[in-house]
Ligand binder design. Structure first.
Ligand code: AMP
Ligand code: GLY
Length: 429
């Protein structure tokens, strides 16, 4: 079958890499893609939210499966667009509709959902510009640190962990009155701080049945030892030592099952990925957030560990046929190290020539912010490449990743040197 992947980052490259291995894949298209996806399939010059263009392309090219990478088109309603068209409604599309996508698009919506369906999460209250005085008073009663969250999508920047009352009150005013994040901060959640270790859990559901994919740990801060500002993600590892069998059983019974049942009870027809950002607080799982897509860079370590044919899995999810699906996961470790442009996550330059790509032999070179010009591959974003290594131990996988990194260079390239090191140090009882 012909398949279209929507998006242009490392996550979408990894989907393309895995989907291209399937017997079911004939033509593979990526819209808009990057310099790397062009070598696996065919890039299509369409924006991720150009639904009309995407719909027409799907019809013209006999595409039978559409995989939506980023949240933006989902929150804007790409599924709803397909379902409203008598030809496109027959296409298998992986991703929820506009209402389901609110689990990521609105933190207030997802908090109400969790509370209603008994999913463990941090205690929280929501305020608007009209109730800001109550919010400022409420902050005085809260323990510190305290977490403030803009309700809507804010490109990963809408969360502030305030250490003092003064900082918390200033942040609340900036978000609600100065509209720091535009419409995204029309509502602000004031949320209890959870002290624990974070874990990314991925579920693929057909609305009724589900498969839990390999878990991962993401490294969000720009600097070694988790210092500096938050980024989209600087590296990831899978499996994760502290995600023990006992903990994952709790995650399934306390988080995954009530989430899927909650979707059904609320009549949300959800066919797609749910990425659950969890905090492990003394062995108990608490949900920090839902995302309605796979993680980036987590996908770069999750998909390489899945042995099944990914196209079969995705089509079953889109067709409501996941019942009794057996996922086969490699016991090997996967690690990825993200190479970024100097200055990221602040301002950075583009169009630097990348050298050494062909010299990486053992690792998977995942393209993210790259573009091809004549015979050169140029940087075209903050996160430029991710280097995924595999091995029968975490140490070996990291060795493969970092060995690959050593081959690559461009002016201003930066990466974290400590991916996975915290887990290597971690002693479990
Ligand atoms: P989010 O955008 O919801 O993923 O939040 C960004 C980051 O802020 C998370 O990955 C956590 O590291 C941190 N965070 C969010 N909510 C909390 C919380 N309630 N307690 C502690 N840390 C949090
Ligand atoms: N790596 C976190 C995310 O994809 O949101």
């Amino acid at each position: 079958m012909n398949i279209l992947i929507i998006g242009s980052g490392g996550r979408e490259y990894t989907f393309a890499w895995k989907i291209a291995q399937s017997f079911h894949c004939d033509q593979l298209y990526i819209a808009p893609g990057n310099a790397g996806t062009e070598l696996i399939g065919e890039n299509v010059d369409l924006a991720v939210d150009d639904f009309e263009g995407i719909g027409q392309f799907v019809i013209d090219n006999d595409v039978e499966l559409v995989v939506v990478g980023p949240e933006d088109p989902l929150v804007k309603g790409i599924r709803d667009y397909f379902e409203a068209d008598e030809t496109l409604i027959k296409i298998a599309l992986v991703g929820p509709d506009k209402i389901g996508a609110q689990l990521e698009g609105s933190k207030d919506f997802s908090k109400v959902f969790m509370e209603k369906h008994g999913v463990p999460t941090a205690k929280s209250r929501t305020f608007t510009a009209d109730s800001i005085e109550d919010g400022l008073v409420y902050l005085q009663e809260c323990n510190l640190p305290i977490v403030l969250k803009a309700d809507g999508l804010a490109a990963g920047k809408g969360v502030v962990i305030a250490k003092t009352l003064e900082e918390a009150q200033r942040t609340l005013k900036a978000m609600l009155l100065d509209k720091q994040f535009g419409e995204a901060s029309n509502k602000v959640l004031i949320e209890e701080f959870l002290d624990g270790i974070e874990l990314s859990v991925f579920v693929l559901t057909d609305g009724e049945n589900y498969v839990i994919l390999p878990e991962a740990k993401d490294y969000k801060r720009i600097g070694d030892n988790d210092t500096g500002p938050n980024t989209g993600g600087m590296g990831a590892v899978s499996p994760v030592k502290f995600a023990t069998k006992v903990f994952m059983e709790r995650v399934e019974s306390e988080v995954v099952k009530p989430t899927i049942t909650g979707l059904q009870n609320d009549k949300i027809d959800y066919k797609g990925f749910i990425f659950i950002g969890l905090m492990n607080v003394d062995g108990a799982p608490f949900v920090i957030e839902y995302n309605v897509r796979m993680g980036d860079p987590e996908t770069q370590v999750v998909l390489p560990r899945i042995k099944n044919d990914l196209v079969e899995l995705l089509v079953k999810a889109a067709d409501g046929k996941l019942k009794d699906y057996q996922l086969e996961v490699s016991p090997n470790f996967a690690t990825t190290v993200v190479l970024v442009s100097g200055g990221y996550p602040g301002s950075y330059e583009k169009n630097k020539s990348i050298q050494g790509l062909a010299d990486v032999t053992n690792a998977l070179v995942v393209h993210a912010g790259t573009r091809q010009e004549d015979y050169e591959v140029l940087t075209n974003g903050g996160r430029v490449l991710a280097i995924t290594g595999m091995g029968d131990s975490l140490e070996k996988a990291l060795e493969v990743s970092y060995h690959g990194v050593k081959n690559i260079r461009w002016d201003d390239m930066y990466y974290r040197k400590d991916i996975g090191k915290d887990i290597l140090r971690l002693q479990l009882d």
